[in-house]
Structures are given as structure tokens and as C-alpha cells.
Write a protein that binds this ligand. Sequence first.
Ligand SMILES: *[C@@H]1O[C@H](CO)[C@@H](O)[C@H](O)[C@H]1NC(C)=O
Length: 489
Amino acid sequence: MIFKIHLCIFVLLLNGFLQVTKGAPSNVYLDPVKQGRDVILIVIPGAYIRGEAYRPLCEELQRQSSLRLHVALTTDYVANLPNPGEAVIAINNALAEFQRRGLDESTPLFLSGHSLGGAVIEQYIFENADKISGVLLWASYFSETKLEDIPVPLMHLSGSIDGQVTVTDMTREFEQLMELHTRDQEMVYRLPVVISENVNHAQFASGPMPLRVRREDIPAEIPSEEAYEKLAKVCSDFILVHTPNLNDAESKEQAKFDVKTAVAETNSFLQPIFEARGMEEKRKIRSYKYSEWLNTAQNLVANISDESQDRILTQSLMYDYEEDLSESVPSIVTDSSQRVVITARGILRPATGDKRSSREIAAKLKTQEVISTYLSAEFGSTVDCRAINENCLVIAMDLASKETVDRYKDRGRQMSFADDMEVLSIPEWDQTTLSYSETASTMTVRSSIYRSPMEPYISGESGVQYCNLLSPYRAIEWLYVLSLKPYNG
Ligand SMILES: *[C@@H]1O[C@H](CO)[C@@H](O)[C@H](O)[C@H]1NC(C)=O
């Protein structure tokens, strides 16, 4: 019986396999336009995009490269959806064809995948690392693989206004590169992560885009020809750096310099995003997690005059579990050196869908009224939750590049803030989250607020202000990415 089932499955698999080979993928070849060293580039397209769509970028690459670049654009996947099985067939067909055309087996081989096309060749890359000189991931990344485990030179290249593989996605790869770079300076050449400014997801390809891209991608800002030029330049440098046994040492040095410069520019580009993300939550070494933004929020509520600042210490404690937050209260004590120590409590509520930043920081703060009983100092006016959130956007705009702020003001859905929704009990507040309501042109953010009066005989829940805080990371992700994506109702 079991055997029969196995046989059945086997026949099914075989059938599937035959069907795949029958509708086999095919390749479009772009003949080299230069003399010089032979190099092969095989391209795997994105989901529902045909291989031919990469012709303009690859022709530009052939023009810019000093190498004799032979290109195969793989295409005709079943349902136009690249998959690992067919990609291997397409790659092998291309290699056989190049041999037939007189290239020997030792010709340097580069692979490129756009979007899904990158993911489908991951296994091939691991299994054929010795055959591959380099890989170019175009707006693509391996979601489960660490950068340091990648067995070949590999470049991540994406656009700064890509609405699908976003700059916030690329922070993960970039951080790993920085980490590797501290150990080995060669890593910027081996595993560069490059963001090309003002390029979107579609601009690696050409022609009409599939529905998913149209719904997700940020509208183009520069003509595609300009995008191809920028992208081809970095690709050409990377390929040159990893083409073995070149005799033209000088141009290779220049290409290395250019790759390194592109990585350095990406580093500056990402700094505001890293900074805003760092404000969400950090872990003290071998200790608890805190949030810089929660500390700031508490200080805004306290609004103590500058002269008295050194008499209070604001800190925060970030929890992993909702139960821990709901059982906690913010605390205020006077320490042995007569300093007032306030500990705010909070938790990150995770991102969903296409976002990388936390949905909110649920925050438990002490009211100014309570603080003022611990400390005779001058206090300014206190703030509600809305004002803290408004402040968060201001800070994100200060961090963001001028170009990003201009683009947001010009074309982004503007973030605005509604008055806090007052709730009357803690259990009720526990159920609330920061509300985001979006229209084609605006995004309205609204917090709930729970405030308790000061009751001298009840310590914990006396004089508290609970808020749903906008995360600085979300605010910056809004400016760089989310506000610019098409509004899909
Ligand atoms: C702090 O207090 C001063 C003086 O009342 C006020 O001008 C300022 O706006 C307050 N800060 C915030 C963040 O509300």
C-alpha cells in the first residue's frame, strides 16, 4: 500500500517534471559589442517579467564594460514565473550554447537575478560556487541566508525608491556588510551592498510591469535610460573587480575604488534610517532593553527646565511580552544622591505587511504632576500623546536627507495627527493601538491616552500617562518609502 502511494507520487512528480521540460525556458542572447576578455552574464527575470525586458539594462552594461560581455536573458518560464528547476535548465542551456559558440569552460561566469529571480538561483549558487565568478542581486535578497555564508562574490544592488525591496529591507544586508568589513576590509568588494539613488523596482527591467509591481512600486523619478546608466556602471565595476586574471590592472583598481565609493555613499544614505531605528529599542549589553524614544517622550511630558535637568534621570524598560507590560507600572523614586529616577515602561508592537518598522511603542509614562511632587524645579507645559507623536515626525524630518523631505512634501501622503482618544481605564488602554487611517493624500495618526490623577496613597497607578507612540523608525520609513507607494484603497 505504502509502496503504491510512493509510486503514485513518483509518477506525479515525473509528470510534473516532463511538463516542465516540455515548456522549457528559452534564452535570448545579446552578442558582445566589445573586443577583449570574454565574460558570461546570465540573467534570471523577476516574477511575471519576461527575460527580454532586461535587454536595455544589459545592452547598456555591454557598452559600459571594457570586457567582451556575452549575455543570456533567460525567459519563457512556466506562467512567466521563474522557479529553481527551470532556472537551472535555462542556465545549463545557456552555458552549452556559449560553448557551442566557442567559449571555453573557464570563461568567467556571472549570474544576475532580479527580484524573485535572485531568490530562485540561491540554491544553484551554493551548489555551483566553484563555477561562478560573481552574482548580482538586483532588488533582491536571500531572506534566510547570512551575508557571511554566501560562497561567492555577490553584490546587492537596489534603488532608493524601490517600493518592493525597500531601503529598509536593505538595512539588514548593509548592517551585516559593515560587521564583516570590520574584520576584513576586502568585504566591500566581495559582498558590496549598493543603493542607487532615485531608481525604483521596475527600472532594472523595461516595458509594462506586472500588477504586483504597479501596486507596490514607487513611481519613477528619472527616465529609465538614466537608471540603466547608473545601474550598469556599478554592475560593470563589480564584474570587472571579480573577473580573474585580467592584465589591465589599472582599470581594475579604478573599478575597486568605484565599488568602494558606491558602498560608502550607500552608508551615508542609510545613516538616518539606522539612527531612527536605533531610537526604537536597544539592548544594554547582557542586560535589559530600553528605548531612547521612550526616554525622550518621558522628558517631553516632564518638561523640566534645563537648569534642573541633572536632578532627574529618565530611563526606560522595554518588555518582550504583552503580559509583562500590562502588569507593570512606570516608577519614580529618589536615589541615594537625591536624584529623581523615572523608569518608563514600554513594548514594541511589531510591524505587519510591507513595513519593517514597529507599528507603535506602547508607552507607560509618569505625569508631570507626580514628578513635580518629587522635585521642586521649574516646569514648562506638559504634553499629551499627540504632541509627542508630532515631535517624532519632526525628529524624523530632521534626520532625513533634504532630498527625501522635499520628495515627501512634494509627492508623499502627508502624515497628520488627530487628537488623542481618551480612555478611562487601564484594561481599556491595554486593548488600544496606535491608529493609522490612510487616504490617497493623507495618513492620520491617532493615539489613545489614559491619564490617572495623583493619589497620594496609591503609588503605582497614580499619576500615569499611557500613550501609543509613533516609532521614529516608522516615521522615517514613512518619509523614505511608505508615503510614496501607490495608494491601493
Ligand atoms: C516646555 O515648556 C515650555 C515653557 O512652557 C514650552 O514653551 C515648551 O513648548 C514645552 N515643551 C514642549 C515639548 O511642549
